[in-house]
Design a protein around this ligand. Structure first.
Ligand SMILES: Nc1ncnc2c1ncn2[C@@H]1O[C@H](COP(=O)(O)OP(=O)(O)O)[C@@H](O)[C@H]1O
Ligand SMILES: [Mg+2]
Length: 474
């Protein structure tokens, strides 16, 4: 988005339209909402200040608004436009604000000066009141329920913060700034948008009339670079479980990670992918790319929503079909949600073993029944039994992950899909997490237990040369 837009003013007639980033392909319509009448065109967004209960602004906040206005009048916007580097733009703004403050007669402490400078820079180049949260790597989720209610998640705990947007239009302007940067748009004709930011964070925005109380923004930071060691440290699984599931990945078993939203599915998928041998050719398919595969030989594909005219949609199913023609060693579907489940399973059954995917489900059995529903979405008329046979022969292991009330995440079961008995897919748990209770501080306690069953797939691991210590299953 252009700096002029970021500064909250309509570009002068004849100004070039803001460019959409090329990497997201042709943007359906990269015109920012501000110039389409969504966010009070022509009006300057006042700053993201908290208005006192009597409706007046504090001195510091009033100064922010004033200086922001003056900045827009004074700055050589065209010169700034030509600067490619965000850092240079930021430096220029910083300089100008510092100058204004120097001329200011109101007595200000150094902290207040710093706050004003920082906030104006954020307002112009960044995400306004949520920018500081965005910069804080310990914050994993930023959830804006409406202009006045912002929650963050840090260390697994959700908490309300007292930052606020000025009003709905301000929030909408920031949403627009975020999504137009990645070539998406949000307005009355497409009131929902799901996008991925350059840093991998995932953004969802939904606005009225679908959202009843004003625009809603949910930013889920890329389930940052958690490593296998950190998962062990957090007690999300045991070294034995990690060894076993790493062995399954190396031996090209088909693994499905199941869990609720935010339970750590994608994080675990990323970690598991690191056990794939480097020489393999991987094709990833996602709705909003958040996988960070370490391998060299990775081709990343992303689905595309329909454009404003309702055309041009590319769904995961199309991409799975296309991926099969790209000589993949493994296909990794970030999350199976619909008809692509059938194509995935068929691929797994026809020599593309070693696939990894995630699914939104509450238990391993629930994952199986959801897969059935998804196969039906593909519009096949496979009889139930045939459908289950597809599932049973394709899938080898289901890992169930869960988020606990204290914010911890664990692999709560490792389940082997063993086959069919009559019309039923049979499974057996190999490991389970048993929750014992909760400490006075609210921490969940429990332990991982082996069921004592030796998985049927152990032979496949052995053949693939995966050695596991004896006594893993006791
Ligand atoms: N084992 C874990 N322990 C603690 N936090 C985790 C763990 N796994 C994931 N997280 C955090 O939980 C959030 C959601 O993770 P993510 O993998 O995106 O979940 P999902 O894909 O299930 O929605 C991320 O912020 C991530 O850093
Ligand atoms: Mg996910």
């Amino acid at each position: 988005m252009s700096l002029v837009d970021r500064l909250g003013r309509k570009p002068p007639a004849g100004a070039p339209a803001p460019k959409a980033p090329a990497r997201d392909g042709p943007a359906p319509d990269a015109t920012p909402a501000t110039s389409r009448g969504m966010a009070t065109p022509g009006r300057l967004p006042t700053l993201f200040t908290r208005v006192e209960s009597d409706g007046t602004l504090s001195t510091v906040d009033r100064l922010k608004v004033e200086i922001h206005h003056r900045l827009i009048d004074r700055l050589d916007l065209e010169a700034l436009e030509r600067m490619e580097n965000e850092k240079d733009i930021e430096a220029q703004i910083r300089l100008a604000v510092t100058e204004f403050l120097r001329a200011e007669s109101t007595p200000l402490s150094q902290a207040e000066r710093d706050e004003i400078i920082e906030h104006i820079v954020w307002e112009v180049t960044g995400l306004g009141p949520i920018e500081p949260f965005f910069r804080d790597p310990s914050i994993t989720d930023i959830l804006v329920n409406n202009a006045r209610n912002i929650f963050i998640e840090r260390g697994g705990q959700l908490m309300r913060v007292d930052a606020q947007f000025r009003n709905d239009a301000h929030l909408l302007a920031v949403i627009d700034r975020i999504v137009s940067r990645v070539g998406r748009r949000v307005d009355e004709s497409s009131p929902m948008v799901d996008a991925r930011l350059p840093d991998g964070s995932r953004v969802n925005a939904i606005i009225p009339p679908l959202a009843l109380d004003g625009p809603v923004l949910s930013i889920r930071r890329f389930g940052a670079d958690l490593t296998a060691d950190e998962l062990l440290e957090f007690g999300s699984l045991t070294p034995e479980i990690l060894q076993l599931i790493a062995g399954c990945v190396k031996a090209r078993l088909n693994v499905l990670i199941s869990g609720g939203t935010g339970s750590g599915k994608t994080t675990l998928l990323n970690i598991l992918s690191s056990f794939i041998p480097a020489a393999e050719r991987l094709i990833t398919i996602e709705d909003a790319a958040e996988l960070r595969l370490q391998q060299e030989h990775v081709v990343r594909l992303e689905t595309r929503p329909p454009n404003a005219e309702g055309r041009g949609e590319v769904v995961a199913r199309d991409l799975v079909k296309n991926a099969l023609r790209m000589r993949p060693d493994r296909i990794i579907v970030g999350e199976v949600r619909g008809a692509e489940a059938l194509d995935m399973l068929q691929a797994m059954n026809t020599g593309h073993e070693g696939s990894l995917s995630t699914i939104h489900a509450n238990s391993a059995r629930d994952a199986l029944s959801r897969l059935e529903t998804m196969i039906l979405m593909a519009g096949t008329n496979l009889p139930n039994r045939a459908m289950r046979e597809q599932i049973a022969s394709a899938l080898d292991v289901i890992l169930q992950v869960q988020r606990f009330p204290d914010g911890s995440r664990r692999v709560v079961s490792v389940t082997e899909v063993t086959g069919m008995e009559g019309d039923v897919v049979t499974t057996q748990d190999i490991f389970r997490y048993r929750r014992r209770g909760i400490t006075p501080e609210g921490r969940v306690v429990g332990q991982f237990e082996s069921s004592g069953v030796r998985p049927v797939f152990m032979e496949r691991l052995r053949v693939a040369g995966v050695e596991l210590p004896a006594g893993l299953f006791i």
